[in-house]
Design a protein around this ligand. Structure first.
Ligand code: PMT
Length: 224
C-alpha cells in the first residue's frame, strides 16, 4: 500500500512566515501560521520520507519526527535551504517569505520624534528562483503562490520564471483558503497549465495529494 510509499525519499519543506527586523523589538512579518507547511512535513514523514523542515515564525507547534531548522529572516531561510538543497529529492516551499526587508536594521530601539518616519525597504533574495537555477534533473521543486486575482496566470508565470516543476496556487480571497485556516483549496499548475484542482479540504489532505503529485513526477524521472 501507500503507507510507507516514500521510504528513503528526502523531502525538504519550508513553512511559516519570515521576520524582518526593524530594530531589536520591532519587525515586519505576514499572516502565515505555518499550518500548510507543517501539514506537508507531517504527511511526508507519515509516508516514510526523511524530512527536513525549515520553519520561520509560526502560530502552531511543528510536527515531531522531522529534522527541524528554525530561522527568522528571508536571508536565514535562504542560507538554510540552499545549504541543504543538494541532499533533497523533493522540495516543497510553503513558507510565506518577505519580498522586502528594512534596508537597515537598527542596533538599538528606535526613538520616536514628532516627525514622520519613513522605512526604506530593499528586496530579499528569492529562494525558489535560486533553487530553480540550481535544480538537478532528478529533483522536483514545488512552490506555492498566494494570489487574490488571476490565479492561473500568476501561478503558471511563477512556475516558468522560477523553473519550478509545480506551483500550488491558493486564491486567498476565498473563505477558509490560505493564511491561518485549517483548510485550503489549491490548483496545481506547471508552467504549461493546470494539473489538478484540489477543492477545499484540510491542509493535511491537500498535503497528501500534493506530495503524491510530486512523488509521481520524481519516480517518473528516476525510471526514465
Ligand atoms: O502558513 P499558513 O497559515 O498555513 O498559510 C499557508 C500559505 C498561504 C502561506 C501557503 O499556502 C502559501 O501560499 N505559501 C506561499 C505564500 C507566498 O509567499 O507566495 P508568493 O507568491 O509570495 O511566493 C511564491 C513562492 O516563492 C512561494 O513558494 C514562496 O515560498 C517563494 N518565495 C517567495 C519570495 C522569496 N523571497 N523567496 C521565495 O522562495
Amino acid at each position: 500500500g501507500r503507507r510507507r510509499a516514500m521510504e528513503g525519499v528526502r523531502v525538504l519543506v519550508t513553512a511559516g512566515a519570515t521576520v524582518e527586523r526593524i530594530d531589536p523589538v520591532r519587525y515586519l512579518t505576514n499572516d502565515s501560521s505555518g499550518k500548510m507547511g507543517f501539514a506537508v512535513a507531517e504527511a511526508a514523514r507519515d509516508l516514510g520520507a526523511k524530512v527536513t523542515l525549515v520553519a520561520g515564525r509560526a502560530d502552531v507547534a511543528p510536527p515531531g519526527g522531522v529534522e527541524l531548522v528554525r530561522v527568522e529572516s528571508a536571508q536565514q531561510m535562504y542560507d538554510a535551504v540552499l545549504s541543504r538543497f543538494a541532499e533533497a529529492d523533493i522540495v516543497v516551499k510553503a513558507a510565506a517569505v518577505a519580498d522586502y526587508r528594512p534596508a537597515q536594521t537598527a542596533a538599538r530601539k528606535l526613538k520616536k520624534t514628532e516627525a514622520t518616519l519613513s522605512l526604506e525597504l530593499e528586496r530579499t533574495p528569492d529562494i525558489l528562483k535560486a533553487l530553480g537555477e540550481r535544480k538537478a534533473p532528478g529533483q522536483v521543486l514545488v512552490g506555492f503562490a498566494a494570489e487574490t486575482n488571476d490565479l492561473a496566470k500568476h501561478a503558471m508565470g511563477k512556475a516558468a520564471r522560477k523553473q519550478a516543476d509545480f506551483i500550488a496556487g491558493n486564491d486567498v480571497s476565498k473563505p477558509n483558503v490560505g493564511f491561518g485556516h485549517d483548510t485550503n483549496a489549491v490548483s496545481v499548475y506547471t508552467a504549461e497549465g493546470l494539473v489538478e484542482d484540489l477543492p477545499l479540504q484540510s491542509k493535511r489532505a491537500v498535503a497528501d495529494r500534493l506530495l503524491a503529485i510530486a512523488y509521481d513526477a520524481y519516480k517518473a524521472r528516476a525510471e526514465a
